[in-house]
Design a protein around this ligand. Structure first.
Ligand code: DGL
Length: 269
């Protein structure tokens, strides 16, 4: 493995660009190679078997393209594929999911009751709860699927009265009474962090997973002595189905427009 190799990142679509953005901010010298499985999105509505199949094939694609580390920049995919991929590639390439670093963060803090919002696939997997209770059995935790939020954000509905009404309605659910931390367990949700903070009048810590995951990537590269000392490579953004609107939406998630390339289906699946 060489330092000059890119960081391989994947998601069901473009939501994982929020993770890519955090990685690029923390590790500006690294080259990113991003894959958005836009033909199969949303993963949040798919079965665990389907998501696992996509995740394995995309990981193989990224490894063949020279990735030095794999980042599963999707909560739905991390929920069902992280443990499998971590084991499969043990000793070959490190795999970072979005859930374990966040669980480590929560266990290192003293939260009384933690709320989790995410897609149906993420919440149904109960992965956050299972990992949290393995590390801290007494930790109070409650979770709820909020499936309207990702499509709402993708359609550009955030920071407006409609999005605030939907967010308020979800967060008012009885389950979330007295939470002192709320995990944004979906890669789209950093875009509505302000509205969630507004709902809680800033009394609740809203845990944005992207920066925590970027830190985990940095630690892994540092431990393996794989960090780049200066920027040399060109970033690549691949999708399994190209549309103009995806390219336009990248600005919302990544902070700037990126050129996306379509990869022929048979090269991956
Ligand atoms: N990226 C997905 C996640 O973090 C949300 C979008 C989807 O359902 O595909 O769970």
């Amino acid at each position: 493995m060489k330092k000059t190799q890119p960081i391989g990142i994947f998601d069901s679509g473009i939501g994982g660009l929020t993770v890519a953005k955090a990685i690029s901010a923390l590790l500006p010298n690294e080259t990113l190679m991003y894959f958005g499985d836009t033909i199969h999105m949303p993963y949040g509505e798919r079965s665990a078997e389907q998501i696992l199949f996509y995740a394995v094939n995309i990981t193989e694609f990224l490894i063949q393209k020279g990735a030095k580390i794999i980042v599963i920049a999707c909560n739905s995919a991390s929920s069902v594929a992280y443990q499998f991929l971590k084991k499969k590639y043990e000793g070959q390439i490190d795999v970072i999911g979005v859930i374990s670093p966040v669980v480590d963060y929560i266990t290192a803090h003293d939260f009384k009751k933690v709320g989790i919002i995410g897609t149906k696939a993420t919440i149904a997997s109960k992965n956050y709860e299972t990992l949290l209770h393995q590390q801290k059995p007494a930790q109070k935790v409650c979770s709820m699927a909020t499936p309207l939020l990702a499509p709402m954000i993708e359609e550009g509905y955030f920071n407006n009265s409609i999005s605030q009404t939907i967010i308020n309605s979800y967060l008012s659910n009885w389950r979330f009474k007295n939470v002192d931390a709320m995990v944004l367990a979906c890669t789209h949700y950093p875009l509505i962090k302000k509205e969630i903070l507004r709902f809680y009048h800033k009394h609740v810590e809203v845990i944005d997973t992207t920066e925590i995951v970027a830190q985990a990537v940095k630690s892994s590269l540092a431990n393996q002595k794989l960090m780049m000392p200066s920027k040399k490579g060109k970033d690549h953004f691949y999708v399994s189905r190209y549309t103009d609107s995806f390219e336009k939406t990248t600005k919302i998630f990544y902070g700037k427009l990126v050129v996306i390339e379509e990869v022929p289906f048979e090269k991956i699946f």
